[in-house]
Design a protein around this ligand. Structure first.
Ligand SMILES: NC(=O)c1ccc[n+]([C@@H]2O[C@H](COP(=O)([O-])OP(=O)(O)OC[C@H]3O[C@@H](n4cnc5c(N)ncnc54)[C@H](O)[C@@H]3O)[C@@H](O)[C@H]2O)c1
Length: 268
């Protein structure tokens, strides 16, 4: 059984090795847990040791295979260590999910401190670039691999968060370029653009701001906010051979948020 959604696991990643960055919590954790339940050997990677080790322990307790590799994705030496440790442990890298990201301290352009801009760019965009760079060097030798970059609806339409939005726009552009450059080598590169997802952090943010969750939920045509499993299921599809002919795609997982705006106009 997949822990998150109670679907029967069917070994869709059997025999594959997968790295999920920022998988101590939230969407990364849900993705890593789902991958393990589908038979992948999973590298749980994060800057935060304790909760990441708990994720590994939970996977192993459920009969999965997983290791923890501590890495700050914004540091080239850490990204390289992550890739090298995965290859040493599991022989190759079939799947890389670039999920780690930050947004704390971001805001509108007149208020966002330059240090916050630099930090957000360093983790969200440079971190994705670094992990792609080292993973692709390995995937070229294998002549196979699937990279899934977790982007955001912020890359598709303006909301808020200046640095975060720009960083995710960069992730989208990088995804398209890499898919084109390395498709001939059997490497697929796709992104996922989630809307609001009720992670542990989102729940904490809404619990401190009465009424905000209801206000945000009204923006979603499906009438609810997303769950980490909603994104994890899409990451599983893009990571697995089920999406063998899909590359350079942005899979929007947003309950219809960016599909348009309902106007009460009468053309009859
Ligand atoms: N939650 C949402 O509503 C939402 C919406 C759209 C997109 N996303 C994207 O989904 C992804 C996951 O988001 P989330 O809400 O689960 O995040 P989260 O904050 O719950 O988890 C992020 C994880 O990344 C880790 N991390 C932070 N900096 C790191 C670094 N330098 N190196 C390695 N790990 C680091 C954190 O320790 C944490 O475990 C992100 O890319 C985010 O931008 C989230």
């Amino acid at each position: 059984m997949n822990a998150e959604n109670n679907h029967p696991a069917s070994g869709r990643l059997k025999g594959k090795s997968a790295i999920v960055t920022g998988s101590a919590t939230g969407i990364g954790k849900a993705t890593a847990m789902l991958f393990a339940s589908e038979g992948a050997r999973v590298v749980v990677s994060d800057i935060d040791d304790a909760p990441a080790r708990e994720v590994v322990n939970a996977m192993v307790a459920q009969g999965g295979e997983a290791i923890f590799v501590k890495a700050d994705v914004s540091k080239p030496e850490d990204a390289q260590h992550l890739i090298e440790t995965t290859v040493r442990s599991y022989g190759q890298i079939d799947i890389l999910v670039n999920n780690a990201a930050v947004y704390r301290g971001d805001g509108d352009i007149l208020k966002v401190p330059d240090e916050v801009w630099d930090k957000v760019m360093a983790v969200n965009l440079k971190g994705t670039y670094l992990c792609c760079k080292f993973a692709i060097a390995q995937m070229l030798q294998q002549r196979s691999g699937s990279i899934v970059n977790i982007s955001s609806v912020n890359a598709l339409m303006g909301f808020s968060l200046t640095a975060y939005t720009a960083s995710k726009g960069g992730v989208e552009a990088l995804t398209r370029l890499l898919s084109m450059e390395f498709g001939p080598n059997g490497i697929r590169v796709n992104s996922i653009c989630p809307g609001t997802i009720m992670t542990e952090n989102s729940i904490a943010i809404y619990s401190e701001r009465p009424g905000l969750e209801e206000q945000v939920t009204k923006m979603y045509p499906l009438g609810r906010l997303g769950e980490p499993s909603d994104v994890a299921e899409c990451a599983l599809y893009l990571a697995s051979d089920a999406s063998a002919f899909v590359t350079g795609a942005s899979l929007v997982v947003d309950g219809g948020l960016t599909s348009g705006r309902k106007f009460d106009l009468d053309y009859t």
